[in-house]
Write a protein that binds this ligand. Structure first.
Ligand code: URA
Ligand code: SF4
Length: 194
């Protein structure tokens, strides 16, 4: 099969996941949502960013990282020469938790097969969990973003997990902005060295 055939098959399967997510009622988060937020970006992206959960603006638009944290994320991407269309962005849970509380264990587990399928289709070389909720999903509960951000971990699937602070953290704690800028610098060097 040619690359374009493979990509159009993958695009169809990603579109199917998007439809399933938009209609999903597997956990109680569906009750409060305006729109589910499946994810956005390139089907064959080599970098996938994974946030925690949609916020208010994402819930309104049905797209990830379109609010204040998303604006900062766009700036960070631009600073390393990337656009949103070059990567894939999604979240651990696809529906907004009430008042932006962290998603519960049972919500994360009800939603996890969508993320697993997205990863299996997109096959990113690098996955960047952003913030503690995403980090713990990939690297286990005994870790913390303040300890492991900016440090690549190789997985058995020959993938690199590259943890980042959540961009929203830098909106609350100004000094984290330069930490994020440094880590984005490391990310692009690592991606280029592959
Ligand atoms: N915060 C997240 O974790 N995800 C979004 O999509 C927006 C804000
Ligand atoms: Fe379904 Fe995930 Fe939304 Fe829960 S958060 S309703 S599992 S898409």
């Amino acid at each position: 099969m040619s690359d374009s055939t493979v990509n159009s098959a993958a695009a169809e399967l990603i579109a199917r996941i998007d439809r399933e997510v938009r209609e999903c009622i597997k956990c109680d988060l569906h009750k409060g949502r305006k729109n589910a937020v499946p994810g956005d970006g390139r089907i064959n992206a080599s970098i996938m960013l994974v946030g925690e959960a949609p916020g208010q603006e994402e819930d309104v638009q049905g797209r990830p990282f379109v609010g204040a944290a998303g604006k900062l994320l766009n700036q960070l991407l631009k600073s390393i020469g990337l656009r949103r269309e070059d990567i894939y962005i999604t979240n651990i849970v696809k529906c907004r938790p009430p008042a932006n509380r962290p998603p519960r264990v049972e919500e994360v587990s009800a939603c996890s097969h969508y993320l697993d399928r997205q990863i299996n289709l997109i096959k990113p070389k690098m996955i960047c969990p952003m913030g503690n909720v995403a980090l713990k999903t990939f690297l286990g509960k005994d870790t913390s973003i303040s300890k492991v951000h900016g440090q690549p971990v190789s997985t058995r699937e020959s993938r690199v997990i590259f943890p980042l602070y959540h961009p929203a953290a830098a909106l609350y704690t100004a000094r984290l902005r330069s930490v994020l800028e440094d880590d984005f610098g490391k990310l692009i060097k690592l991606a280029a060295s592959d």
